[in-house]
Ligand binder design. Structure first.
Ligand SMILES: CCCCCCCC(=O)SCCNC(=O)CCNC(=O)[C@H](O)C(C)(C)COP(=O)(O)OP(=O)(O)OC[C@H]1O[C@@H](n2cnc3c(N)ncnc32)[C@H](O)[C@@H]1OP(=O)(O)O
Length: 255
């Protein structure tokens, strides 16, 4: 049974410490039954969430009318579920956004307690709505691209009155990484190149367009540009490289 953990996390999983050494008996039993339900990520849906956690990309009262309008535009282009279970096929899909994805992956609830239980996603860890990163990602699987609607809150200041370059880089990494993960499964950012073209005022609502450039072996290349919502103004351009990893990579295994 514990061989499951070693196989799934890689041969050096948790650096040679066995789960029995780390966990009380009861917790270990729960972890084991959770792991038994986890399938290798490559063989399950690339978005393998099971329960109904809070989706942080739902509209809220901090959203400006402009943010809401663009959201409504893309939401109307999305797949829908009807009451008789027959969905309407449309090209776009709204991706949910959680503050701890591992917790909601099938079988991940106990794993999330074992690995840095208090960790939270960088872009979803401020309680006050609208203060930092308000965003929602829509993906178009056929065209292998996505659009993120991003409203930059006042706590993201860099140059006075304007959004910090690191906050913009964070959003580009997040959006391009989301697309790469959607298309290629588990990945990590290997390279991110950013050209800042115009300063972005705080409270701006912008679009982050990202598209697949190419996939070569384990490498997924994504291009990205940040524009005003009417696309007349260019704020930022970027290219990103993501490398596919095994889950064990995060625990020190090279397999
Ligand atoms: C929902 C929110 C989504 C958020 C997404 C955000 C994701 C992140 O921010 S991840 C955090 C930041 N990134 C990291 O910490 C990654 C640190 N780096 C690493 O772990 C490793 O270097 C890693 C995984 C990128 C590559 O290592 P490894 O798996 O050993 O791959 P390796 O064999 O060296 O390289 C594979 C290929 O990629 C290429 N490559 C690797 N790194 C780079 C690089 N920096 N530049 C160009 N090419 C590279 C190699 O040349 C090789 O190419 P080829 O197939 O042609 O031979």
């Amino acid at each position: 049974m514990l061989g499951h953990i070693a196989r799934r996390l890689g041969s050096n999983g948790l650096k040679g410490i066995s789960p029995q050494q780390l966990l009380p008996k009861e917790t270990h039993r729960h972890l084991q039954s959770s792991l038994d339900t986890i399938r290798p990520i490559s063989t399950v849906s690339l978005w393998p969430f099971s329960s109904q956690p809070r989706d942080f990309s739902q509209p809220n009262s901090s959203w400006s009318p402009e943010m809401q309008k663009v959201y409504d535009h893309y939401y109307a282009l999305c797949d829908t579920d009807t009451e008789n279970g027959e969905g309407k096929k449309r090209p776009w899909r709204k991706l949910p956004s959680y503050n701890r994805s591992i917790k909601y992956a099938t079988g991940g609830i106990h794993l999330s307690k074992l690995i840095q239980a208090k960790a939270r996603l960088f872009t979803r860890n401020v309680k006050e709505q609208g203060a930092t990163f308000e965003y929602v990602v829509f993906v178009n699987k056929e065209e292998k691209r996505c659009v993120c609607v991003f409203q930059a809150g006042r706590l993201l200041e860099g140059a006075p009155g304007h959004v910090h370059g690191g906050a913009i880089a964070t959003m580009i990494d997040t959006v391009t990484g989301t697309l790469a993960g959607f298309l290629s499964g588990p990945i990590m950012t290997a390279n991110l190149n950013i050209d800042y073209r115009s300063p972005m005022p705080l409270d701006s609502v912008v679009l982050i367009h990202s598209a697949l450039d190419r996939i070569e072996r384990r490498k997924t290349y994504i291009t990205s540009k940040v524009t005003s919502t009417d696309e007349s103004k260019l704020y930022t351009e970027a290219t990103a490289l993501f490398v596919s990893i095994s889950v064990g990579h995060l625990f020190g295994s090279r397999n």
